[in-house]
Design a protein around this ligand. Structure first.
Ligand SMILES: CC(C)(COP(=O)(O)OP(=O)(O)OC[C@H]1O[C@@H](n2cnc3c(N)ncnc32)[C@H](O)[C@@H]1OP(=O)(O)O)[C@@H](O)C(=O)NCCC(=O)NCCS
Length: 315
């Protein structure tokens, strides 16, 4: 990501806790390092040729990496700790993003639990010459702060002030028991090799270039691999290119270290007239256990790639 600018809005952690913000209006000036931990981070940059996939627009994996990066900045800012991605929520990729577009990712803290921070990332893109910014997607993501020994640690509580903040906090709170129910249902599922659904498995080795400064593979990188596994499965089934249009419920149970062997299996769950729904499971082979993640993915595909048909679909 070149030309990345980061801004943090000066609604500080101390102000939020005290609840007496004099001027909650956001300061739009870029500032780094921030004077105090803030609840919002913005990344702004232009899309390079290397950022787009083979169909000429930014693919789901790249967008997930961007979302993870900006949300990490917001979580680390707020907690003052190293944080890990625990969950990435449902989101639609509403509009294609092409080379040269100006992209802005806004990561806003919407809820804090004891150790978790719920962040809403909104992606805007615009033609860099015309500046007509439109919302491309919006994605909830949860980070957990860790202490020096790698265990979850308490984070400062976030106190919403505006109506929008209160509404977002309420929505985040409502989703918690729902997610727990889904997780329970997923845990009760038993996956065997007996199924006949088409599937594709990618096998990778976590290399030193895949890890972040903590020595673990970042959530963004894992999500990129998941997107690739789903794309291979979709392309195998259709005999044509697929693009990601919807992603739901990615859960990260265990960290991945250098040297871990990673298996990503994408399995088709359902096909519609123009879409393929797939689940992706990731397991690592290592000395201390197995990681299982799940993701439901929908690839929208066309027999022959046609931009005008894609544009019609997303309108
Ligand atoms: C995230 C992780 C630290 C949680 O560990 P844990 O032992 O389950 O922690 P706890 O049960 O104490 O939960 C801590 C908090 O995380 C939240 N949490 C944990 N897993 C979650 C999930 N999948 N979705 C949403 N929230 C989750 C809990 O609700 C709890 O929130 P609260 O303290 O605000 O109430 C652990 O699962 C992990 O290390 N996962 C891998 C993270 C990672 O490496 N990500 C990068 C890609 S591999």
């Amino acid at each position: 990501m070149q030309s990345t600018q980061q801004e943090t809005h000066q609604r500080t952690r101390r102000e939020s806790v005290a609840g007496n913000v004099q001027n909650p209006v956001q300061d739009s000036k870029p500032s780094w390092p921030p004077k105090a931990p803030s609840h919002e981070t913005i990344h702004r940059f232009c899309v390079k040729p290397a950022d787009v996939g083979i169909v000429g627009v930014v693919d789901g994996g790249t967008l997930l990496e961007w979302i993870d990066k900006v949300a990490y900045a917001a979580a680390a800012q707020w907690s003052g700790r190293y944080c890990v991605t625990a969950y990435v929520g449902n989101f639609h990729l509403d509009r294609p993003i092409s080379v040269g577009a100006l992209v802005e990712l806004h990561a806003t803290l919407v809820y804090t639990g004891r150790c978790s921070m719920h962040i809403l990332v909104t992606v805007y893109s615009s033609d860099s010459t015309r500046g007509n910014a439109v919302q491309t997607s919006q994605c909830p993501i949860i980070f957990v702060a860790l202490d020096d020994t790698g265990n979850p640690v308490e984070v400062p509580p976030w106190t919403p002030i505006t109506m929008l903040e209160l509404q977002r906090q309420r929505q985040a709170r409502v989703r918690i028991p729902m997610r727990t129910r889904i997780e329970g249902a997923m845990a009760a599922e038993c996956y065997t090799d007996e199924g006949t659904a088409p599937s594709a498995t990618l096998c990778l080795l976590a290399a030193p270039t895949d890890v972040n400064w903590s020595g673990k593979v970042g959530g963004g990188r894992v999500m990129r691999w998941m997107d690739e596994a789903a794309s291979v499965c979709g392309a195998d089934w259709t005999g044509a290119q697929v693009i990601t249009s919807y992603i739901a419920g990615i859960r990260f149970y265990r960290p991945i270290n250098i040297g871990h062997v990673i298996d990503l299996t994408a399995r088709i769950l359902h096909t519609g007239p123009r879409s393929i729904h797939a689940s992706i499971h990731v397991t690592t082979r290592d000395t201390d256990g197995v990681l299982i993640e799940s993701m439901v993915f929908v690839g929208v595909w066309f027999p022959r790639w046609d931009r005008s048909r894609f544009a019609a679909l997303v309108e």
